[in-house]
Design a binder for this molecule. Sequence first.
Ligand code: AMP
Length: 402
Amino acid sequence: MTAPFAPLGTPLKEGAQRLLLLGSGELGREVALEAVRLGLEVVAVDRYSHAPAMAVAHRCHVIDMLDGNRLRQVVETERPSLIVPEVEAIATGTLVALEAEGWRVIPTARATQLTMNREGIRKLAAADLGLKTSPFRFASTEAEYLEAVAAVGLPCVVKPIMSSSGKGQSTVRQASEVLAAWQYAREAGRGKSDRVIVEGFVAFDSEITLLTVRASDGTHFCPPIGHRQEAGDYRESWQPCALHPDTLAACQAMAQAVTDALGGWGLFGVELFIAGPPDQPQTVYFSEVSPRPHDTGMVTLVSQHQSEFELHVRAILGLPIGEITLVQPGASAVILATGASDHPQYSGLDRALKVPTSKVRLFGKPVAHPNRRMGVALALGDTVAEAKERAIACAAQVQVIL
Ligand code: AMP
């Protein structure tokens, strides 16, 4: 596979292993903490100051990561041993060039390029690997879009090819909604790409993230994580998610195929839709893959012996993963801002933390805007249902004061 294990060093000293984090959100903050625990030097990058991971990094840079020249400048200044993307919106062409010059990109520059937009990964999954997906078409003009909707049929889901957290995404159920979805997707995609994907709506019974780790001791799967999304963004996740054993095997086979095709070391979040009840074999649709920790995987901060962040750092360092152990059924529930503020404050933690087993993580984001994820509540239970109930009850007590 990729580079063998290199000795670890001491931060800010000769021989330090330096990790350059491209994207410094809440997931990056946990990656940075795990890296710091192994004595790595962490440099956090994002397009705004005081991003969550910057609070735990040795240094930071504020740049537009879609600007290839600025990105190269930071890499050449910092000389990292590992370049670790945490977001999709990065000048991935520059990552490809940097990798060819010998810099190490996690998991691989090609993986970041293919997953940066929905088109690359759909083509890989559906056309090259033959994985089952919803029917789909791409469009760059209104005429192409109308043709795509006609081909896919209603209901369908329209998304910019480059977007996350449900931005620009809508479900079109009737003809009168077709044009509004086009305009909404184009507005959200502006500045990144004008292209959209039109996907057939999958009437799934559950959706899961299968965290998959490619490491020096092989490929490992975490127990499946179930989640609930609203407006294209996750609200709650839980682990394990009950699946028929044949379905689990089918999910793992899909995850193995797609992560093998992307290559490199690290943790991947493989998103799958599951149709049918868990007491019989179900139909599995491949949806997406992130070549890095996944937001729904925050539940593993409490439910697994090694969280997804610890697994990612271990894998990228070339260390073995061993066995992945579920400690207890767990759940996460997001804490969202209800409006805008440039000095958000938080109340209700005294009540929230009365919920048995609960923990709250606040991300310290400098600015709130409506529906921005500001924190997460985590809880365990004897059953998934109990863990979910607790995480939701805990999150409900935390208010973001604007
Ligand atoms: P995505 O950004 O593609 O992960 O989409 C966000 C969420 O929207 C998914 O997690 C699903 O809940 C929903 N969604 C996306 N695509 C489809 C689809 N083709 N059919 C049904 N629901 C979808």
